[in-house]
Design a binder for this molecule. Structure first.
Ligand code: DC
Length: 214
């Protein structure tokens, strides 16, 4: 069973994906972390983020140890990730890795921007998670502040809005609601509520498969 969860920055898709995978005993891949690793590698090497060829080369030989780097979660790494994610060569380099992961038995949950539209268009369950930008900024600012970062909610909101605009407007695999996706607005939902709603969608899919209705 393949489950994809797409949505804008800080919509709650990552937490939901992790919790859903735990509940079902499936593997979980945060695909944004791969783009962040490419972005972080570019920043550390001092490369210009407009250098598509460099970014493609880095993505093609990605240092997976970067996935553990604390700097992966910083705002500037998120911005760098969004910048390198515009390049078709970077996306192609990361595609097989994501598709291979999706085939993990007995199931996998992938979260990102194009997991239901491009990476796994035939996924069994597709979710699209969104929330009001002010609420997303509140949650992300709280997370960053808890990690000791000196950030204001207003700055976080401006950064999220700019990154969403770039991720939605790009030509290659833009953030869209994938065909057949169930949409979940988490503005007023706790993580427990969101998990319950997602589990219902998965159960309905399992039942329809068993009864041959699908
Ligand atoms: O989910 P995140 O904030 O960690 O993602 C960081 C950036 O990576 C995001 O702004 C766009 C890019 N990304 C992408 O283009 N495709 C994905 N499937 C996941 C992330």
């Amino acid at each position: 069973m393949i489950i994809t969860i797409d949505g804008p920055a800080a919509s709650g898709k990552g937490t939901l994906a992790r919790r859903l995978a735990q509940a079902l005993g499936y593997a979980h891949l945060d695909t944004g972390a791969l783009y962040r690793a490419v972005g972080l590698s570019m920043l550390r090497a001092g490369h210009d983020l407009d250098d598509a060829a460099q970014a493609e080369q880095i993505a093609g030989a990605l240092d997976l140890s970067l996935l553990e780097a604390p700097a992966l979660r910083e705002q500037k790494t998120g911005q760098a990730a969004s910048a390198v994610a515009r390049y078709p060569g970077v996306r192609t380099a990361l595609l097989q890795l994501q598709r291979g992961f999706a085939a993990t038995p007995p199931g996998a949950v992938l979260d990102g921007r194009d997991t239901g539209s491009v990476v796994c268009p035939n996924a069994d369950v597709k979710l699209y998670v969104d929330a009001a930008v002010t609420e997303r900024a509140r949650r992300r600012a709280a997370e960053l502040q808890a990690a000791g970062k000196d950030v204001s909610q207003a700055d976080v909101e401006a950064e999220l809005a700019a990154r969403d605009a770039q991720d939605k407007a790009r030509e290659e695999a833009p953030l869209v609601v994938p065909d057949g996706a169930v949409q979940l607005d988490t503005t007023r939902l706790s993580i427990e509520d969101a998990l319950e709603a997602a589990l219902k969608v998965v159960s309905a899919k399992k039942i329809s498969r068993q009864t041959g209705a699908d």
